[in-house]
Design a protein around this ligand. Sequence first.
Ligand SMILES: Nc1ncnc2c1ncn2[C@@H]1O[C@H](COP(=O)(O)OP(=O)(O)OP(=O)(O)O)[C@@H](O)[C@H]1O
Ligand SMILES: [Mg+2]
Length: 421
Amino acid sequence: MVTFIAVPFVAFVTKVYSKFYDKISENLQQTIADANNMAEEVISTMRTVRSFACEKREQKRFENLLSSTLSVNRKRALAYMGYTWNNEFCDNAILIAVLAYGGHLVLTGKMGKEQLITFLLYQMQLGENLYNLSYVMSGLMEAVGASRKVFNLMNRKPQFELDGVKKPHVNGNITFSHVGFTYPTRPNNPVLKDLTLNIKAGETVALVGPSGGGKSSIVSLIEHFYEPNEGTITLDGMHIKDINHIYYHQKVALVAQEPVLYNGSVRHNILYGCDFATEDDMLNAAKMANVHGFVMELEKGYDTNCGEKGVQMSGGQKQRIAIARALVRNPAVLILDEATSALDTESESLVQQALSRCAQERTVIIIAHRLSTIEKASKIAVIVKGQLVQMGAHDELMLDTDGMYYSLVSRQMLNAKVGDE
Ligand SMILES: Nc1ncnc2c1ncn2[C@@H]1O[C@H](COP(=O)(O)OP(=O)(O)OP(=O)(O)O)[C@@H](O)[C@H]1O
Ligand SMILES: [Mg+2]
């Protein structure tokens, strides 16, 4: 009886403690993750940090994050100390109580000396085992706290599945019908509203409009990064979500507004995700995108490393490698989101020539600000605040002198003239 008198108390303390320890372990993981994230972000954007002379400030920010890790760790250590202290205290208190009561029983002759010693030995062993159990408990709670996040991530349901299976022959007819779209992170800011747009196979369509109007968002929807909230997007009359993911992205290629290169050779970057292409395909694409010339001047040619995120390439070279990467898969639909904005006029016109050569047998969607690029498109769609306000060929749209396109073009011509003077 005396031995077990403290058990309910110890059990209660253990329960409270384990709850607390579990929570604090989770907190600790979070603060470590925050500090690591920050370090990674700052190191990968070191050039920006240095150019704004924010080294000290970032150092301070990191220090603050580390000190919050420290304070959580301190709390955890204190809790552990309290718990162990409590356990030891109960252990010793029981020992004293057993000795006192047992001594009393021996002295009054109700119990033999041998029996008391045997009992004490058993009790010590039991105490030791319970003590070890508390160790296991702490470890277990720590693991539970840390693993909760892992399980949360593992159990996360994707908002939509990439489970399309169809592999149809693609001509390149893209239709948006009454598409409404809002980014999940900003549910109150609709980006596209009732957008209906038809891009016929083989056409080159330019999307123009003010910045923030939703052009890149249209591209993200065609690339199936998101699903529209309303309406449908079809390729040759088939819902794009029904088409096999890998097949779809072989047929629809994108050169993004901010192209990303990987740490690896130029060859690796051009052939990215395109196992079926041969060395000749790669060379052809590189020549078309005007990559071949500058790569041949580099000591290692196509084996030259591009650096992490392509830092060892110039902005224009990155864009051209990204164009070659899109062309190498010989897509039916080619999307260029300001893909030539970082090129000088001469390289741009070379790349433009190459693009218009390969535009003949495919659908091209091009987003650009330069008039010279836009006016060659067979159709121009003017997107303002997520809506299609005008669509037609350059000459046609220029006739409407009150239209958005006319004012965009006249402003640009004015700029060009000022630039010439
Ligand atoms: N990932 C995102 N999450 C939330 N909102 C976004 C996201 N990307 C863009 N937006 C918002 O959606 C709107 C449309 O952006 P979008 O990038 O489509 O414009 P854009 O027409 O391509 O502009 P630009 O000519 O400057 O490239 C903007 O108001 C922008 O702030
Ligand atoms: Mg954009």
